[in-house]
Design a protein around this ligand. Sequence first.
Ligand SMILES: CC(C)(COP(=O)(O)OP(=O)(O)OC[C@H]1O[C@@H](n2cnc3c(N)ncnc32)[C@H](O)[C@@H]1OP(=O)(O)O)[C@@H](O)C(=O)NCCC(=O)NCCS
Length: 178
Amino acid sequence: MKFEKIGRDNQKALASLFRSTFGASEGEGEGLLIGDLADQLGAAIDDLDVMAFGATQGEALIGAIFFTRLRFADDARVYMLAPVAVATAHQGAGLGQALIRFGLEVLAGQGATVAITYGDPAYYGRFGFAPLSEGVIRSPVALSMPHGWLGQSLNGQPIQPRRERPQCVEPFRNPALW
Ligand SMILES: CC(C)(COP(=O)(O)OP(=O)(O)OC[C@H]1O[C@@H](n2cnc3c(N)ncnc32)[C@H](O)[C@@H]1OP(=O)(O)O)[C@@H](O)C(=O)NCCC(=O)NCCS
């Protein structure tokens, strides 16, 4: 098993992993929606606004996560972790946790100051994410589940509150994802 930053050449494998994983756990419609998102994000990997980390076993991609930049008017290095998938047959073995910890470490090492995610607080609380008020950092698109808006500092400083609504990368500008 290997964890590494992965590039655009993994676009097809990423789309297929997210489509099948979310299809199995959330139903076909969600599989298609998130598979399409992963396809678009995979094509946009540039190591600045869009980053992906993968867990590979031999040639197979069995887990993957994306970090995408939330852009503010200044050059703040704020990234959103989403989506996350571990292939159905490999779930529950600690892979998701290890891959997320790996990605957060690399991100912090590159100078990112804040990581945000939108998901289950019980799961993401394991890696330091805590509920984030939109009074501190607003979501780029209106949230249907505000309690799932989570964040953590990556540089040991408190998260600096910002009034401005950040811009997410293009593939996330779909209200159905929020
Ligand atoms: C959620 C997911 C990424 C977790 O990856 P994983 O490798 O199976 O998880 P890990 O083995 O690292 O962690 C398993 C632990 O997290 C818990 N867990 C898994 N999914 C959870 C969830 N959605 N909410 C709360 N806890 C969860 C498990 O109960 C398990 O607990 P334990 O350690 O006490 O036994 C994976 O199951 C998955 O891809 N699911 C389908 C897609 C999805 O829901 N993605 C996340 C939303 S973007």
